[in-house]
Design a protein around this ligand. Structure first.
Ligand code: PXL
Length: 278
């Protein structure tokens, strides 16, 4: 696969921020994002929103980070280190979403720094990672700030009440999501279980772009959505167009899924570590 350009040793790489939750099992969330940032040669910065208590069998509990600490992390990083792109993952509550969006605007990042919004609602085991009362904040506050939103099919159902079962309903979902205000929508088809391909649909309000990667059959795909959004943010930091960034990220996550490994007694993570053996 084509890789992103690397920065010469000793020079400051591009910076990308993840605003997301910690996964104690190391498979998803901030830990997955930082692995992808590092393996693609970017400097990763972090605003932790919540700390989950989890292993390969599921999420046992989570603790939300105080609002001033969430805002403080974003301000401290962006006012000094500077970022060229960011992504959001688990945001846990309406209050945290309001804090993130207010800080994003207050720091002058809205409309200048590309923002990938992965609207994380639940873990792959179905454990909730977002209070149901916060869905409206995702729609009305977060989406309008997004360069790109990357919901999976469960999140599409929760956000716009559309069951994506085929190409037609995937287009309907993309239109409904775009009406909420993001510049671009990627409706991921990875969970369209009937299909042998993983058809993702990208939409900017005018044109549809299809990305038809192979569906890799694995029981170990924890962190796949996070990794796709993280790699997209890296490519956007490099100045890629959204369709080119999504195409790159899709090939990256496909390799990470091929490299997934078993961990614990449950679901193992996708792995960006394959890059070290190349
Ligand atoms: O993969 C979604 C996700 C994001 N962030 C955190 C998670 C998970 C899934 O479990 O734990 C912290």
């Amino acid at each position: 696969m084509n890789m992103l350009p690397l920065t010469p040793t000793g020079q400051t790489p591009l910076r990308v921020m993840t605003i997301a939750g910690s996964d104690s099992g190391g498979g998803a969330g901030i830990q997955a994002d930082l692995r992808t940032f590092a393996m693609l040669g970017l400097h990763g910065c972090v605003a932790v929103t919540a700390v989950t208590v989890q292993n390969s069998l599921g999420v046992k509990a989570f603790h939300e980070i105080p609002l001033d600490v969430v805002a403080g992390q974003i301000s401290a990083v962006t006012s000094d280190i500077g970022i060229q792109a960011a992504k959001t993952g688990m945001l846990a509550s309406a209050e945290i979403i309001a804090t993130v969006t207010e800080t994003w605007r207050a720091e002058g990042l809205a409309g200048t720094v590309p923002l990938v919004v992965d609207p994380v609602c639940a873990s792959m085991h179905g454990d909730p990672l977002l209070h149901p009362s916060a869905l409206n904040s995702i729609r009305s506050q977060l989406f309008p700030l997004a360069t790109l939103v990357t919901p999976n099919l469960d999140e599409v159902r929760l956000l716009v009440d559309i069951d994506v079962v085929d190409a037609q309903s995937q287009r309907d979902a993309a239109r409904a999501l775009h009406a909420l205000g993001p510049q671009w929508v990627l409706v991921k088809g990875g969970h369209l279980r009937s299909s042998t391909m993983s058809p993702d649909l990208l939409y900017d309000g005018t044109d549809f772009y299809e990305f038809d990667g192979p569906r890799v059959d694995t029981g170990h795909d924890h962190g796949a959505g996070d990794t796709l959004a993280a790699a997209t943010a890296c490519a956007l930091a490099h100045g890629y167009s959204v369709p080119d960034a999504v195409a790159f990220a899709k090939s990256w996550v496909t390799e990470c899924i091929r490299a997934a490994y078993p961990l614990g007694r449950g679901h193992g993570p996708v792995s960006a570590l394959f890059r070290l053996t190349q």
